[in-house]
Design a protein around this ligand. Structure first.
Ligand SMILES: CC(=O)Nc1cc[nH]c(=O)n1
Length: 107
């Protein structure tokens, strides 16, 4: 079998791992420091807390998104309610105006 070559790495909090692996969470919303991902990139995914690798993903969409434009479709793609999603983003990034939506598929 040909080994996977990676274009980069990304980390997720452990609390999101099960949702990613089950396919319930198909996007992630990041700040400008993680806006460099490109469609087609194959990423090694590990936990933020310990760096444990738990899957590989391929980026299928990258889009700038205003916090104010977050809607219930984004929430479904994050497996949360819209209220929960806004609270999680604010908890992670504080007050933030511009996000980067990264949609991915599991490899
Ligand atoms: C580690 C980290 O920043 N994780 C994040 C941030 C935003 N969304 C997400 O799914 N995971």
């Amino acid at each position: 079998m040909t080994p996977l070559t990676y274009d980069g790495k990304i980390t997720f909090f452990e609390r999101f791992e099960a949702d990613i692996l089950s396919g319930a969470k198909t996007i992630t919303l990041r700040d400008e420091s993680e806006s460099h991902f490109r469609v087609g990139d194959r990423l090694s995914v590990s936990t933020f807390e310990t760096g444990r690798h738990f899957c590989d993903i391929q980026v299928v969409r990258v889009e700038e998104l205003a916090f104010e434009a977050l809607n219930s479709r984004h929430a479904v793609q994050e497996n949360m309610t819209l209220e929960q999603l806004k609270a999680v983003i604010t908890e992670i990034y504080g007050e933030i105006d511009t996000l980067y939506l990264i949609e991915y598929r599991l490899l």
